[in-house]
Ligand binder design. Sequence first.
Ligand code: ZN
Length: 250
Amino acid sequence: MLHLSTEAIILQTTDFAEWDRIVSVYTKDFGKIRGIAKGAKRSRKRFGNALEPFTHNEIFFVEKETQGLVRFERCHIINMFTEMAHNLRKVIYGSYFLELVNTMTPEREKNSEIFSLLLFFLNLLKEDGFREDLMRIFELRLFSLLGYQPQFLSCTTCGHEFRVEERYRFSVKRGGIVCSKCLNKHPNLLPLSNGTIRIFQQAQNLTLLKIKRIFFSPSANEEGKMIFGKFLEYHVGRRPKSLDLLDQLR
Ligand SMILES: [Zn+2]
């Protein structure tokens, strides 16, 4: 039996049996793990509010074997992100971040960059003036960290580098742009302008700290939303629930 601790962000908490809760967390040192918090449903003595989604904790847990649920022992809250609770839009944006990480990451595969990305964007959400186009950057960066980096630098069919004089579309199946000469080889291509492609190229390259310098035009945001929505459905196998909530907000 191993006693372990790490920083973690609570992704999802569900009631389990009479007294317990099952909690999914993304950790800095172990990737996504799921565990049981014994007695957490009945009494708040041990965990308090620490198991609420979004909460950034130091968690202490026991691992019996390398598969299955761990047992959460206690948590030390680092940040609750309570500022967000008063703003429905921000709660839904944040829920979307949590849902994507929860559904797209494999269990127990360490990726500290995904942890940092999630924490960085939850902190961005706390700030005034969070813009919807920042969601596109989160999507793009998460895809890349998961190994699905969409290709915007060259045509995914003939390999020719992106040129401003050329026209492109996006292929979900190929995972990137397709130039006008290769259009006929692929069905179901999505439209996107060269301006949007260039914003995506920048968004893939900049360090996180500089990410707020990128501004999407409304049309680039719409194109990105359509493309990444389809790209997500293709890789996850279904549309994320929080995307429907986001649409209802608009
Ligand atoms: Zn081509």
